[in-house]
Design a protein around this ligand. Structure first.
Ligand SMILES: NC(=O)C1=CN([C@@H]2O[C@H](COP(=O)(O)OP(=O)(O)OC[C@H]3O[C@@H](n4cnc5c(N)ncnc54)[C@H](OP(=O)(O)O)[C@@H]3O)[C@@H](O)[C@H]2O)C=CC1
Ligand SMILES: O=C(O)CCC(=O)C(=O)O
Ligand SMILES: [Mg+2]
Length: 414
């Protein structure tokens, strides 16, 4: 086992928070498991082409591979899934991008994706959902879908505080709940697994604050707090209450017709921003039936996970669903989808999600001309019906192209 496998690219410069972005930033990337091997190189090629075209060679990303997941176990040793030097590099270089990583169901390692969010306190999972003309959709009017999900990324049941059924830990927790807390409603105490769902005032406030600030900066119409607070009153209900309270205390929102909905005037544009809430199950049908009524969405971790994939399906699926994990200091960009293992290594899947995640990264760096080029190239490739299998199987007259050929189709149209 060797200590270091990371090679810092020559000629690149570190991004330092609070300082101007250098023209030659070093960006760490994790290739990812499964289809990571297919989509990550295509993403890099497309982004390099957009940056070269936009800035005539004056700017260039210096990619630095760092390792996590299955590739890490091959390099660092069979039990090293998230090496210390990878964590250190993600912190030291501030802005990075990753492919998906596998999490086994039931037992085995805990999610490395979640671990990264927790280690770097990447409390905002930002997932924009928009329609690209021509993409196949189950909706009659998919162009009405234009939402940005702010998913709380560090709390909720994703904290991983749970004990398996019949373990000593589960027995102890259940005995504590029954004997010291007066709990009588555990239906089968001898065979229950137990999980804990922490949701804090502080964590809820910072997430809703980020969502409202985004609405202000991007002149959005509303922020909907999505929760299941009727059932989980002190976690999901807390999130809703804290959200409304914060909107009033920090942004001067005033109740509409006695509340709980409230609104304030966007200090940048003078337009109203409405703060409202929806219970998660009803919300999932509303976004299908009346998507135009929803804009920015603030929600807890599990709801956000479900809503991300459901909303992505409305505009073409998770092959084209980007995302960012953001803290006040660091950012790791990543697709909404997972490792799609049955397609791994086949040069088949849609690289769109990771490319659009990188497009978000370019905007985060302030490289908007390059980001705009990426969007226009994707629009053009889709308009010309040069698409991967996921779209081709639902589009009339489409040419099915491989993952790498879709990247080339984008580059040809820049
Ligand atoms: N952030 C992360 O790293 C994430 C990791 N995961 C992990 O990934 C693994 C697999 O999870 P799974 O539930 O199968 O979900 P996946 O998102 O990996 O795949 C589910 C299905 O979505 C479609 N899909 C996914 N990615 C693409 C793409 N790029 N282009 C086109 N279609 C795509 C495929 O549909 P079809 O079969 O119809 O072609 C695929 O079978 C698990 O270990 C899970 O924990 C999951 C989510 C996020
Ligand atoms: O970590 C995982 O394996 C799944 C994560 C996930 O589904 C998500 O981030 O949306
Ligand atoms: Mg998910």
């Amino acid at each position: 086992m060797s200590a270091s496998h990371i090679t810092v690219p020559a000629g690149g410069q570190k991004i330092v928070p609070g300082q101007p972005i250098p023209n030659n930033p070093i960006i760490p990337f994790i290739e990812g498991d499964g289809i990571g091997v297919d989509i990550t190189p295509v993403m890099k090629d497309v982004i390099d082409a957009a940056v070269a075209k936009a800035y005539g060679g004056q700017k260039q990303i210096h990619w630095m591979e760092v390792y996590a997941g299955e590739k890490s176990t091959r390099l660092y040793g069979s039990d090293v899934w998230l090496p210390e030097e990878t964590l250190a590099a993600l912190k030291e270089y501030s802005v990075s991008i990753k492919g998906p990583m596998t999490t086994p169901v039931g037992g085995g390692i805990r999610s490395l994706n979640v671990a990264l969010r927790q280690e770097l306190d990447l409390y905002q999972c930002v997932r924009p959902v928009r329609y690209f003309k021509g993409v196949p959709s189950p909706l009659k009017q998919p162009e009405l879908v234009d939402m940005v999900i702010f998913r709380e990324n560090t709390e909720d049941i994703y904290a991983g505080i749970e004990w398996s059924a019949e373990s000593e830990g589960a027995r102890k927790v259940i005995a504590f709940l029954q004997n010291e807390m007066g709990v009588k409603k555990i239906r089968f105490p001898d065979t229950s697994g137990i999980g804990i769902k922490p949701v804090s005032i502080e964590g809820s406030r910072r997430l809703v604050r980020a969502a409202i600030r985004y609405a202000i900066d991007n002149d959005r119409k509303s922020v909907t707090i999505v929760h299941k607070g009727n059932i989980m009153k002190f976690t999901e209900g807390l999130f809703r209450d804290v959200g409304y309270q914060l909107a009033q205390e920090e942004f001067g929102a005033e109740p509409i017709d006695g509340g709980p909905w409230c609104k304030f005037s966007n200090p940048r544009t003078g337009n109203d921003i409405i703060i409202k809430d929806a219970i998660a199950d009803a919300f999932l049908q509303q976004i299908l039936l009346r998507p135009a009524e929803y804009d920015v969405v603030a929600t807890l971790n599990l709801n956000g996970d479900y809503i991300s994939d459901a909303l992505a399906a409305q505009v073409g699926g998770i092959g084209i669903a980007p995302g960012a994990n953001i803290s006040d200091r660091y950012a790791i960009f990543e697709a909404t989808h997972g490792t799609a293992p049955k397609y791994a290594g086949q040069d088949k899947v849609n690289p769109g999600s990771l490319i659009l995640s990188a497009e978000m990264m370019l905007r985060h760096l302030g490289w908007t001309q390059a980001a705009d080029l990426v969007i226009r190239a994707m629009e053009a490739a889709i308009a010309d019906k040069q698409v991967t299998y996921d779209f081709a199987r639902l589009m009339d007259g489409a040419t099915e192209v491989s993952c790498s050929a879709f990247g080339r189709a984008m580059i040809d149209r820049m």
